[in-house]
Design a protein around this ligand. Structure first.
Ligand code: 5GP
Length: 217
């Protein structure tokens, strides 16, 4: 939980095939304070993906309608499809005090950095480019052309790593999840995120305690 009891925004980025999805699912299963922002996309649904769980799947026209309605905190065109973070969902969870994970690309991350510079920016890296290529091929969810496009994008994204606060190499999921959990734990302990440590808010109480102390002398 951040200042004013609002949650923090957690940005998870990284190349397609780096394992962001597996990591965020593990994080959610183990921390009830975490919420996931389900994005809207014009990408076709993959086998096994669920409407409203993985994404809200819409047509390009529907997506453009939402842009007109100013529904997005950020949106971008990634690998020839639109993806966007819905303001209404994120705001609801932040207000409840939940920390919200946005799994978005670098363009989205940079927009969020402007809107919410105190968000936590984490980049998930594959152990190597060879491993990344093998994972994309093995996953079998995209055509070779799409894999090539994603692989080229991966290279571009990795070059932007310095815009993030943390990098986690996903060589073993369990270890990578532990590292992200450690980051979140440390971030929640930061003095500038915790309201109780705002001494200015406590001046009255400190004064009363001092008076009490003097009286017990
Ligand atoms: P995929 O098609 O593999 O689910 O996602 C492709 C890319 O789009 C990933 O890098 C993912 O992080 C990014 N992405 C997913 N949702 C959003 C979103 O709402 N906004 C932005 N900017 N990128 C997103």
């Amino acid at each position: 939980m951040g200042k004013n009891n609002r949650g923090n925004l957690i940005i998870l980025s990284g190349p397609s095939g780096a394992g962001k999805g597996t990591i965020h699912n593990e994080l959610l299963n183990n921390d009830s304070n975490l919420a996931f922002s389900v994005s809207m996309t014009t990408r076709k649904k993959r086998n096994g993906e669920k409407e409203g769980v993985d994404y809200f799947f819409v047509t390009e026209e529907e997506f453009k309608e939402e842009i007109k309605k100013n529904s997005f905190l950020e949106y971008a065109c990634v690998h020839s499809n639109y993806y966007g973070t819905l303001k209404r969902n994120v705001e609801k969870d932040l207000e409840k005090g939940h920390d919200v994970i946005l799994e978005i690309d670098i363009q989205g991350a940079l927009k969020i950095k402007e809107l919410a510079p105190d968000a936590i920016f984490i980049f998930i890296m594959p152990p190597s480019m060879r491993e990344l290529r093998d994972r994309l091929v093995k996953r079998g969810t995209e055509s070779i052309e799409k894999i090539v496009e994603r692989f080229k994008n991966a290279y571009k994204e990795i070059n932007e790593i310095s815009k993030y606060n943390y990098v986690v190499i996903n060589d073993e999921v369990e270890k990578a999840v532990k590292k992200v959990q450690a980051i979140l734990l440390a971030e929640r302990c930061r003095v500038d995120r915790i309201e109780e440590f705002d001494v200015n808010n406590q001046e009255e109480l400190i004064h009363e305690l001092l008076v009490d102390l003097k009286e017990t002398k």
